[in-house]
Ligand binder design. Structure first.
Ligand code: SF4
Ligand code: FES
Length: 249
């Protein structure tokens, strides 16, 4: 395949940034999107030009670092996959592909296509955990019977990989889908009930401090989420938040 890439280049957080054009040829339809960028970078290095900086780690849909806006869609044109799982066969011969970083105030650009997603880490640190006594008296987890339906829903919520596509897709740059997944994975289980009130209040407070926008229920986040995190989790987050607020008054 012969393609034209329009890629966002930005030297650092303070640089204004601009789109640069790169023609690329001999792209195999079986290459992953990141492999195609590897080929581009090898050719740039061979020409003594600076390679395009982009984030990646596992390259198998697990780590959530490969965050690219491709032709205006988070993780590109396919559904329920991350950028590293996207293949070039999804594009047409001769196509022009626009590649940009996530766009959100809370995710400032570090360089080119890499953004700083530490805001998500700080939200997690505010309450995305359960405190477990590891003094030697820890109970076997199987001592707590949990209905299968709850275990399945908690597992589905825990599938969130923190990629940030939900934020990048939302016109308000809201982080509600991410936070709702992190709250739900514990709210559905007895182990998460002990700290439930503090957890939801602290995580929502931190989300607001980070500058994420409000949720206006467009549902765009659910469509672009590579792990198909359900909007039902946002409803659960709202219930948890309301209960926590009322019980603290
Ligand atoms: S909810 Fe989905 S889109 Fe948002 S961070 Fe988690 S996996 Fe990514
Ligand atoms: S590189 Fe880990 S999810 Fe894509």
């Amino acid at each position: 395949m012969n393609l034209t890439l329009k890629i966002w280049r930005q030297n650092g957080p303070k640089d204004k940034g601009r789109m640069e054009t790169y023609p690329i040829s001999d792209v195999s339809p079986d290459m992953s999107f990141l492999e195609m960028l590897d080929v581009l970078n090898e050719s740039l290095v061979a020409k003594r030009e600076e390679p395009v900086a982009f984030d990646h780690d596992c390259r198998e849909g697990i780590c959530g670092t490969c965050s690219l806006h491709i032709n205006g869609e988070a993780h590109g044109p396919d559904r329920a996959i991350t950028t590293c799982q996207l293949h070039m066969r999804k594009f047409k011969e001769g196509e022009t592909i626009y590649i940009e970083p996530w766009r959100a105030k809370a995710f400032p650009v570090i360089k080119d296509l890499i953004v700083d997603r530490e805001a998500f880490e700080r939200i997690q640190q505010a309450g995305g955990f359960v405190s477990v006594n590891t003094s030697g008296n820890t109970q076997d987890a199987n001592n707590l019977p949990i209905p299968k339906v709850d275990a399945d829903l908690a597992f589905d919520a825990a599938a969130c990989i923190g990629c940030g596509a939900c934020v990048a897709t939302c016109k308000n740059a809201s982080a509600m889908l991410f936070v709702s997944a992190k709250v739900s994975q514990f709210a559905l289980l007895p182990q998460g009930k002990v700290e439930a009130k503090e957890r939801v209040l602290n995580m929502v407070h931190q989300m607001d401090l980070e500058g994420f926008g409000s949720c206006t229920n467009t549902g765009a986040c659910e469509v672009e989420c590579p792990k198909e995190i359900s909007l039902d989790n946002i409803a659960r987050l709202n219930r948890e938040y309301l209960c926590a607020t009322l019980s603290s008054e």
